[in-house]
Design a protein around this ligand. Structure first.
Ligand code: AHR
Length: 502
């Protein structure tokens, strides 16, 4: 099979906001406890944070981490996580049927973010709580000393405000599973009033209002219209979530997921435009895709805990999807979508970061290792920064029941002017045929290949583990040739490649 691509230097989608390579950490399962925090671990620092995990996170160059939830935040009291650790209460976590010891709270998380070189993106509880507690949390985190909350923060060891800019106004409020679930009208009113109060404190905050939890939600996309009509003037982003799964073990359908993702983003972008016009607004609200990933491998094994059959365990294994090679292709395709939609998607978070549907896994007291999906995220985060090119792609297609017509080739292109590089991320969705790709590089006549990475495996179900951490990993590619303004590259069946030119 053959596909062709035209990349023109002046044909640009947008400057990519680096924050599309964000991540998410929730008080859920072993994400925090025995994930990032394990005081008895041999690599733990003075704050009890695992050094091996911190290094793997640092290597991903994640610009910000969303915290503390997720469903967890909708019944969370942030005050439980401040003050002397021995006085912090253990609470029942209603979202995941577990116990929360509160040994990690905002101070510990903020210190960890400093250690790994990332910013905080915080969520307030608009499920079981409301405007007042949200306002207090924001003032505790960002307020000056000389005021009640700022002085309390100082007493607890931190005089300087953290100056966190990104604030999520609740989580998945459209979901009937959410504690404090609301209708679009109810939530829109509450979010609008909360945003008003937070803006009265600090106009420069970036506020994120909840959109849909999935494009299959019955309230989508009317939810977005109603919520935005209440909040358009006072928020900056609307959040979308979507996970993919392959329960039926049907790879062509599974790999069609990001076509559906792209339609979802386009529809919400149109809804934003509609509300902007209707409200005669001058603002441009954009999208924060703050939960995305593959999530299904662990569904069955989690049932007993979620159904309460184990009581209220503290930090049990939950949502521990072990990713396979097929998931590499999926994650790579989703990242391509975020690059291609970088004109409207300004923030995104892979959900999540450690142990819970995550690229990084740990053993309590033992090793930390990279899941298969670590690599496409790593390559995009490191080399997918710059300007997204508007590629003209011509590829053979197949028909999928999930998303209709799907091209075998999924590709994105990023030019980094400062570094003088041009990077392509390519996936061959076909499991049977090699794909020969001809890329015409217009305006890049002198470019030559400087790096070529390939991920391919004879077994779609191959995984990494503590015992075999390198089973699925990238290899140096060969055969990508750039000459006289054209690049040719062969994609083996079911493969992912990154080709960099300079
Ligand atoms: O990331 C796991 C869960 O998925 C989050 O808690 C929730 O927001 C979503 O449903």
């Amino acid at each position: 099979m053959r596909a062709s691509v035209i990349a023109h230097r002046d044909y640009v989608i947008a400057d990519i906001d680096n924050r599309i390579y964000g991540a998410f950490l929730e008080h859920l399962g072993r994400a925090i406890y025995t994930g990032i925090y394990e005081p008895d671990h041999p690599t733990a620092d003075k704050n009890g944070m695992r050094g091996d995990v911190a290094q793997l996170v640092r290597d991903l160059n994640v610009p910000m981490v969303r915290y503390p939830g997720g469903n967890f935040v909708s019944a969370y009291n942030w005050e439980d996580g401040i003050g002397p650790k021995e006085q912090r209460p253990t609470r029942l976590d209603l979202a995941w049927h577990t116990s929360e010891s509160n040994q990690v709270g905002i101070h510990e998380f903020a210190d960890w973010c400093d250690t790994v070189g990332t910013d905080m993106m915080l969520a307030v509880n608009l499920g079981s709580r409301g405007l007042e507690e949200a306002r207090n949390f924001v003032e505790y985190v960002n307020g000056p000393t000389g005021s009640y909350w700022g002085d309390l923060r100082k007493k607890n060891g931190r005089a300087d405000p953290w100056d966190v800019k990104l604030w999520c106004l609740g989580n998945e409020m459209d979901g009937p599973w959410q504690i404090g679930h609301k209708t679009a009208e109810e939530y829109g009113r509450l979010a609008g009033e909360t945003a008003k109060a937070l803006r009265a404190f600090d106009k420069s905050l970036e506020l994120i209002v909840c959109g849909s939890s999935h494009s299959n939600m019955p309230t989508y996309p009317e939810w977005e219209r109603v919520v935005l009509e209440h909040t358009y003037e006072s928020v900056d982003h609307i959040s979308l979530h979507m996970y993919s799964s392959n329960h039926d073990k049907h790879t062509p359908n599974y790999l069609a997921h990001n076509v559906k993702l792209e339609t979802y983003i386009s529809t919400v972008a149109s809804t934003i435009d509609y509300v902007k016009a209707k409200t005669r607004s001058k603002r441009k609200v954009t999208i924060s895709f703050d939960e995305w990933n593959v999530w299904y491998h662990s569904h069955k094994q989690d049932r007993a805990i979620l159904d309460g059959k184990h009581g209220w365990p503290h930090a049990p294994a939950l949502l521990e999807d072990i990713y396979n090679f097929e998931d590499v292709l999926q994650v790579a395709c989703c990242l391509n979508t975020f690059i291609r939609k970088s004109d409207v998607v300004k923030l995104a978070c892979i959900a999540q970061l450690v142990n819970v549907i995550a690229p990084i896994m740990t053993e309590p007291g033992g090793a930390a290792w990279k899941q298969t999906t670590y690599y496409p995220f790593y390559f995009a985060s490191l080399f997918g920064r710059g300007r997204a090119l508007n590629l003209l792609v011509s590829s053979p297609v197949y028909e999928s029941s999930l998303a209709g017509e799907v091209p075998y080739l999924d590709v994105s292109g990023v030019e980094n002017e400062a570094e003088g590089t041009l990077t392509f991320f390519l996936v061959n969705r076909s499991g049977d045929e090699q794909l020969e790709v001809d890329l015409s590089l217009q305006g890049y006549a002198d470019a030559g290949v400087v790096d070529h990475q390939i991920m391919v495996h004879e077994d779609l179900n191959a995984v990494n583990s503590a015992a075999n951490p390198d089973n699925v990993r990238p290899q140096q590619g060969s055969g990508a040739k750039a000459e006289g303004g054209s690049l040719t590259v062969s994609l083996p069946p079911h493969s992912y490649q990154m080709v960099r030119l300079s």
